[in-house]
Write a protein that binds this ligand. Structure first.
Ligand SMILES: [Zn+2]
Length: 102
């Protein structure tokens, strides 16, 4: 179990949660309701936290978070096999189905 994302804004955390969950990764939201009745707690203690449940998913989840936070990093990529340009969201070349180079 590992914390992969936390933010003061629960909407942003929920957004990241959806992205990670949609990739079939099991996540857990902690402090989800803390911001509602925080009272005496310091703000940093009440940030919602997104945790990955399975250790085997951590690497993949962290990459998804990175991609979600840095959309400018999402660039078209050129297939190393057939040299076609591919959309950033494609994991495989649309033409020859070669895997996206890392
Ligand atoms: Zn290709």
């Amino acid at each position: 179990v590992k914390l992969i994302y936390t933010n003061q804004n629960p909407i942003l955390v929920g957004n990241i949660k959806n992205i990670v969950e949609n990739s079939g990764i099991e996540v857990e939201l902690r402090n989800e309701y803390a911001s509602g009745g925080a009272g005496e707690l310091s703000p940093i203690d009440t940030w919602p936290e997104l945790w990955v449940v399975n250790d085997s998913d951590i690497e993949r989840a962290e990459k998804l978070v990175q991609d979600a936070l840095n959309p400018k990093n999402a660039k078209e990529w050129r297939c190393s096999h057939c040299h076609e340009m591919n959309d950033p969201s494609f994991d495989f070349c649309w033409k020859c189905h070669s895997e996206k180079p890392h």
